[in-house]
Ligand binder design. Sequence first.
Ligand SMILES: [Zn+2]
Length: 290
Amino acid sequence: MPELPDVEGYRQTLLPVIGARVVRVEVLDAGVLRGVSAEVFCREVTGEILASPWRHGKWLMVPLRSPGRRHRRTDPSLVFHFGMTGGMVVTRGEPPPPGGAGVGMAGKTYDRIVFTVSGGVVHYRDMRKLQGVRLLGGDRDVAALLGDLGPDAGSISSGDFAAQLQGRRGQLKPALMGQRVVAGLGNLLVDEILWRARLHPSRQIAGLTGVERGRLYRAMRTVVGQSIKRGRVPDLPSWLTGHRAVEGAPCPRCGTPLQRGRIGGRTTIWCPRDQPRDGSAAEATKVSGP
Ligand SMILES: [Zn+2]
């Protein structure tokens, strides 16, 4: 599932085609378009120049501009969301690689929109089409779309994070996944962060101590930062994510069999020793870890 690090990776794959002119747009499946017809989408985007892509949480924005001038506030932007199965690949025109992002079972490649630009081809892929692609008329519309999101989890300051948690109710896992406290975290990142911070995923936000909030912030910045470097949440042996696939696998920190359950509607993995439900033991044990 694409989370913040994956989408940041897609943003970086677009960097070589900044300034490229869109020569042709092929909508192979209009089911990925949101709020715009294929006809209008192709007409409006063809001939435009791709300006610098930017990201907020799991959303990727590609501002458009007319040839010979900068992007203006009233110029449209392409807005991509990758849902559960989306991806983006940029080629120089050769057939895209058979594996990788957005590729479904049996190696089928779910290209939905193909942008031929000067010097490259941008493939937007998505098997399940849960989210999709928008063409928004101006920067104000982009701001409105992103308006409910919290600050980006990759760049939020500790002070802003504390302010975002202030007065919130509910359990940690669903709150961190909900995009309003911080934007960009998905199932893998949240489990990894809570394991690092030694906080049980069903702990109440309101019950966290100041020390625990600090630990949560530092774990988030570390996990997100290291994941961005790799373009995904890495399944390293020293990471919780490296042990998700095996039921009852030992905790890479203390060896206790990892526990698995549904919290906030999602499969959740945690260490029952390092992440006790009441929080007290985590303060007491102070296990040395990664
Ligand atoms: Zn453990």
